[in-house]
Design a protein around this ligand. Structure first.
Ligand code: HEM
Length: 173
């Protein structure tokens, strides 16, 4: 079962609106003294987002080996859809909203490390979009990529994560 393009666009709009709404609540509420608590929430959301972003391409590797229409293939479709909708998408919304609030509250928007991190996070979000497109392709039995492609794709979020964590923890510039 696949969603039409209008529903997919609607979900993207809802995701952006949810992040913007959460961010607006944090900015208006001005929860002073809660910076470390929101940083903890940010890291928890990051862990959930990354866990999904690292597991989803792994599922694609195994899914490639299952014949379209087989029971195994249908099971992978359910696993991929649930992982994307129940974990990866909401975790990304919370990571973005709380991360932007931390940047605003902490006065980090002028820092070099933050600019570099922002570029890598945008790249990570683009990979998120690419993985979502592959979930749709598998759901419609029109995947034409190989296991090797997904093995390589699996490494991209890992490399971006390493760069992002070094930038935010070491703050080298
Ligand atoms: C989505 C957009 C994101 C924004 C706007 C953002 C922004 C921020 C900001 C401003 C901080 C606080 C820095 C400090 O107080 O020293 C922070 C902390 C952190 N972020 Fe992000 N972040 C984002 C995504 C990510 C991602 C994708 C990762 C990991 C893959 C990540 C990992 C971390 C970690 C580990 C910390 C804690 C650093 C520390 O306490 O030393 N962030 N983030």
């Amino acid at each position: 079962m696949t969603a039409p393009r209008s529903r997919i666009a609607m979900r993207a709009v809802i995701g952006v609106a949810a992040a913007a709404g959460l961010l607006a609540v944090l900015v208006l509420w001005q929860p002073s003294g809660l910076y470390p608590w929101f940083k903890a929430l940010h890291v928890i959301a990051v862990i959930a987002w990354m866990a999904g972003m690292l597991y989803l391409p792994r599922l694609f590797v195994y899914h490639c080996a299952a014949a379209p229409g087989s029971a195994q293939s249908e099971t992978f479709k359910v696993m991929e859809r649930r992982l994307l909708r129940a974990i990866i998408n909401p975790a990304m919304v919370v990571t973005w909203a709380v991360g932007l609030w931390l940047a605003w509250e902490g006065g980090w928007f002028g820092s070099g490390w933050f600019h570099a991190k922002f570029v890598l996070v945008l790249a990570l979000s683009a990979v998120h979009g690419v993985l979502s497109a592959h979930v749709r392709a598998f759901a419609e039995d029109r995947n034409h990529r190989s296991q090797t492609f997904y093995r390589v794709l699996n490494e991209v979020p890992t490399l971006l994560m390493i760069g992002i964590v070094i930038l935010v923890v070491v703050k080298p510039f």
